[in-house]
Design a protein around this ligand. Structure first.
Ligand code: GLC
Length: 750
C-alpha cells in the first residue's frame, strides 16, 4: 500500500473516534489561509513582485506589455489581476473614451474637477500647492476607477509657439522639476501611478510624430532631462511616457540610450516605460530599446491587440530564441512593480473622491496663486467696489469656457466658472456689470483666418463699436481676451505670438475710451503686446484657471487675494528675439524631418540674459499689491556630507500695507567656467507669505547641482573650484542681493 494511502487511513482511524465521541463535533480549527506573498501588503514590494512573476505563464507576461483597449490592459483573473485603467491628464481626469476607439464614450458619469493648466501651476512657484493638486487629482482618478494617470507633463518650453506650452511647467528645468516632484508625490500618495511625460525633447507639436531632435549632450543633460530626472529620482514616478519624436535618430520609445542607459541604469528607474499613444514602430526597437508597455499602436473598434509589437511578434521572438526570457521577465517585472507599488492588489486601496469642496478649493487656490500681475500703474488694481458703480466687461474670453479644449488634457468639468460669472458672483449685487463680446472667436477646433480673421467683417466692427461704447459709459472697463484652446492646444503650434481676432485694436480703442481699463489675458503661452500696453494701467495674466477660474479672477481683481504668481516662461517682446528664431528653420520647426537645437543651453531667460536681449516681461516676474524689501544676504557654508554646499540666507520684509506672498529666487552665475555656461541659472526659490511690516529670514540650501554643469567628456556633473555669484531676487531681472561664494574643492559626480 502506498504510504500516503496508509497515512490517510491511519489519520482517519485516529480522528474517527474523536469525531463520533462528541455529541456536537468541535469546529475544525480554521487557520486563516495565508494569502500568497504577492498579495501580502506587509511584504516588501520587490519580494511580492518576484513571487507574482514566477507564477505567470509566458503568455500572461506578454499580456502585461500591451494594450487591451484604448486606455486599458488585459486582466489575469486566475491571479487576481484586474484590467489596468489609465487616462489623461495633467490637470484632471479626462472624460471616458471608447474602450476601443478615440471617440468619447458618451457617458454621463465621467465629469471631473478641472484644475488649472500646468503652466498656471508652475506660475504659483508653490511645490506644496502642486502636491495638494496631485493629491486631489489622485483622489478623483481613484473615484473614476483609474490606476495610472497620464501626467504630469514636464517638457521644457523651448519655443513659446509650442501648442502645448499651456500644459507644461515653463522654460526652467529647476522650477519644472520642483513642481513635478511634489505633484507626483501627491498623486501617487492616493494609490495612483503617475506617468511623467513626454520623455524626452518633445518641445513642439509640429511633426511631433516624426521629427528627429538633435542636440549636444550638455543641452540634453542640463536642460531637457533634469525635470524627468527629479520626477523619477525624487518624485518616485512609477511610469514614464516615451515621446513620439526621435532623439538623435531613434524614436524615443525605442531609444536604448534614453530608456535603458540613462533612465533605467543611470537613474535606477524601477517602474515602467509606456509609449505615447502610437509611438511604437517595430518589435526589435521596442523590445531592445527599453519599452515596457505599448499603448495606442492601433486604436479602432475591431483592433486585434495581438498585433501590437510587444504582443504576438515579441512572444514569437522570445519563443523563437531571438529575445532572452530575461528580457520579457524584466518588462513584466516592471509592470508588476508599478501595480504592487501603487497598491492595485491591496484590499485597502483608496477609493477616492470627486468634485469635493476640498478639490474645488485646491483648484481655486492654484488659479489664484498662479495669476501673474504684469502691470499695475497707480494701483489701478485691486478695484474698490465702494468707488465703482459700473463695470463694462468686454471680450470673448469673459464667457468662453476653456476646460474641455486642448485635446488630451481637456476635462469634462462638473462646472467651470467663467470670468464674467466670477465677476457677477462677486459684485453683481452692488455694481452694474455689462458684457460686450468685443470680438468673435470661432468655436473650439477652428482658428479662423489668423489674427485679423474678423477684422474686415461688419459684425466684427459692430462688436468692437459696441464694446468701446460700453467702456465709455462705465466707470471701469475690463477687457478679458488673450488666446483660447484653438491656439493653446495639442497637435499644432501657434503661428506667431500675436493676439488673435484683432484684439490689439480693440484694446487700443477701449483704453482710449476709458483710461480706467484693466486687461486680463486668458492664455497658456506668451503674447506679444501692442502699443496699447503703455496706455493701459493694469494687465493681469490669468492663464487657464479651470473650474474655479472666474471666482479666482474676481478675488484677485477685487482684492480678496493678493496676486503672487511669477512667470515660468519669458514673455519676449517679439518672436524674432526668441532663441529658436535666431537659428532659422533647422532650429525650428526642422527641415526634412531633422531639427537642431542650435541654441543649446540658452533656452528662455538663459538666452535673453546671455545675449542681453530685453524681454517684454522676464522669467520669474510678477507684481503684487504690496512691496517687498530684501536685506542681509549671508552665504553660509553647508555640510557637503548632507548634500548642502551652501545656504543663501536673507531677510524679506513686506513693506506695503497688505498681506502678500513673494517668490524669492536664487540664481547662480559661475565666474570663468572652463566650458560656456548661461549667464545665470535658477537653483533655488521659496514662496512665503508676509503680513504688512513683517520680516522673515529665508534660507535656501544649494547642493552640488547648483554649481555643477554636465561635463560630456568626464560623463558627470562637475562643480569646478572657483567663484560663483549668488544672485537673490524677485525675478531673473530684479536681483536685489548678490554675493560671491568660493568653492575651494572641485567635485565630479557621475
Ligand atoms: C496623446 C498625448 C499624450 C496623451 C496620450 C493619451 O497623443 O501626446 O500626452 O497622454 O496621447 O491620450
Amino acid at each position: 500500500m502506498k504510504p500516503s494511502l496508509l497515512y490517510s487511513l491511519l489519520a482517519g482511524l485516529i480522528t474517527a473516534p474523536i469525531l463520533f465521541a462528541q455529541t456536537t463535533p468541535a469546529p475544525m480549527p480554521t487557520t486563516p489561509a495565508t494569502p500568497p506573498l504577492y498579495l501580502d501588503p506587509s511584504q516588501p514590494v520587490d519580494a511580492r513582485v518576484d513571487d507574482l512573476l514566477k507564477q505567470l505563464t509566458t503568455s500572461e507576461k506578454i499580456s502585461l506589455l500591451h494594450a487591451d483597449g484604448t486606455f486599458s490592459t488585459a486582466p489575469i483573473p486566475r491571479l487576481g489581476i484586474a484590467e489596468r485603467w489609465m487616462l489623461d491628464g495633467p490637470n484632471g481626469v479626462r472624460e471616458e473614451i471608447q474602450r476601443n476607439g478615440w471617440n468619447t464614450a458618451g457617458r454621463t458619469d465621467d465629469f471631473s474637477t478641472c484644475f488649472p493648466s500646468g503652466i498656471c501651476l508652475a506660475a504659483t512657484w508653490d511645490p506644496a500647492l502642486a502636491r495638494a493638486e496631485g493629491e486631489a487629482i489622485g483622489e478623483e482618478a481613484r473615484a473614476r476607477g483609474k490606476d495610472i494617470m497620464l501626467g504630469p507633463a514636464v517638457n521644457i518650453e523651448r519655443i513659446p509657439l509650442n501648442g502645448r506650452s499651456f500644459e507644461y511647467f515653463g522654460e526652467d528645468p529647476w522650477l519644472a522639476g520642483r513642481i513635478a516632484v511634489d505633484f507626483i508625490r501627491g498623486e501617487q500618495s492616493r494609490d495612483i501611478a503617475s506617468s511623467v511625460k513626454h520623455f524626452a525633447a518633445n518641445n513642439q507639436e509640429t511633426n511631433r510624430n516624426s521629427i528627429d531632435v538633435n542636440m549636444d549632450e550638455r543641452t540634453l543633460r542640463e536642460i531637457y532631462l533634469p525635470a524627468f530626472e527629479a520626477a523619477v529620482k525624487e518624485g518616485g514616478a512609477l511610469t514614464v511616457m516615451a515621446a513620439y519624436n526621435k532623439l538623435r535618430g531613434e524614436f524615443c520609445a525605442e531609444n536604448d540610450y534614453l530608456l535603458n542607459q540613462i533612465l533605467k541604469k543611470e537613474w535606477g528607474f524601477k517602474g515602467l516605460v509606456m509609449t505615447d499613444w502610437g509611438a511604437a514602430h517595430d518589435t526589435p526597437g521596442v523590445a531592445l530599446g527599453g519599452l515596457d508597455l505599448e499603448m495606442g499602436t492601433h486604436v479602432a473598434a475591431n483592433v486585434d491587440y495581438n498585433t501590437y509589437y510587444l504582443a504576438q511578434p515579441f512572444l514569437d521572438g522570445v519563443l523563437g530564441g531571438q529575445y532572452p526570457m530575461t528580457l520579457l521577465d524584466d518588462k513584466a517585472r516592471r509592470n508588476l512593480y508599478v501595480m504592487i507599488a501603487s497598491h492595485v492588489l491591496d484590499g485597502n486601496r483608496t477609493t477616492g473622491s470627486i468634485n469635493t469642496a476640498a478639490h474645488q478649493a485646491v483648484a481655486r487656490r492654484v488659479s489664484e496663486g498662479g495669476m501673474v500681475l504684469l502691470k499695475n500703474d497707480n494701483n489701478a488694481l485691486p478695484l474698490d467696489t465702494a468707488q465703482i458703480h459700473s463695470i463694462a466687461v468686454i471680450g470673448d474670453n469673459a464667457t468662453r469656457l476653456q476646460a474641455s479644449g486642448g485635446q488630451s488634457s481637456g476635462i469634462k468639468a462638473f462646472y467651470e466658472i467663467s470670468p464674467l460669472a466670477g465677476i457677477l458672483n462677486r459684485v453683481g449685487n452692488r455694481v452694474n456689470v455689462t458684457f460686450s463680446q468685443g470680438y468673435a472667436a470661432p468655436a473650439p477646433g477652428r482658428r479662423g483666418r489668423g489674427n485679423n480673421a474678423a477684422a474686415d467683417t461688419t459684425e466684427a466692427t459692430a462688436l468692437m463699436d459696441r464694446a468701446v461704447l460700453a467702456a465709455k459709459q462705465a466707470d471701469v472697463a475690463i477687457v478679458i481676451g488673450g488666446l483660447n484652446k484653438n491656439f493653446d492646444t495639442e497637435g499644432s503650434d501657434r503661428r506667431d505670438l500675436k493676439l488673435p481676432y484683432n484684439q490689439d485694436e480693440l484694446i487700443q480703442r477701449v483704453v482710449a475710451a476709458n483710461p480706467r481699463t484693466i486687461v486680463v489675458f486668458v492664455a497658456g503661452s506668451p503674447i506679444e503686446m501692442g502699443p496699447w500696453l503703455q496706455q493701459t494701467p493694469a494687465v493681469l495674466l490669468a492663464w487657464y484657471g479651470g473650474s474655479e477660474a472666474g471666482n479666482a479672477l474676481a478675488r484677485i481683481l477685487f482684492g480678496d487675494v493678493n496676486p503672487s504668481g511669477k512667470l515660468p516662461c519669458t514673455f519676449p517682446k517679439q518672436l524674432a528675439d526668441t532663441p529658436a528664431a535666431a537659428f532659422g528653420p533647422e532650429a525650428y520647426p526642422g527641415v526634412n524631418g531633422e531639427e537642431y537645437y542650435r541654441e543649446g543651453l540658452l533656452v528662455g531667460y538663459r538666452w535673453y540674459d546671455t545675449k542681453n536681449i530685453a524681454p517684454l516681461f522676464p522669467f520669474g516676474y510678477g507684481l503684487s499689491y504690496t512691496t517687498f524689501k530684501y536685506a542681509n544676504l549671508k552665504l553660509l557654508p553647508g555640510d557637503q556630507s548632507k548634500g548642502i554646499w551652501m545656504t543663501a540666507q536673507f531677510d524679506v520684509t513686506n513693506t506695503g500695507t497688505r498681506e502678500g506672498a513673494e517668490v524669492t529666487q536664487v540664481y547662480v552665475h559661475q565666474n570663468q567656467p572652463a566650458l560656456p555656461r548661461p549667464n545665470q541659472e535658477l537653483k533655488g526659490f521659496l514662496k512665503l507669505s508676509l503680513q504688512p511690516g513683517e520680516t522673515q529670514t529665508v534660507t535656501i540650501p544649494l547642493g552640488h547641482r547648483a554649481f555643477a554643469y554636465y561635463d560630456p567628456d568626464k560623463k558627470g556633473w562637475l562643480a569646478e573650484a572657483g567663484d560663483y555669484k549668488i544672485n537673490v531676487g524677485s525675478s531673473s531681472r530684479d536681483i536685489r542681493l548678490t554675493d560671491t561664494f568660493h568653492l575651494a574643492t572641485p567635485l565630479l559626480v557621475p
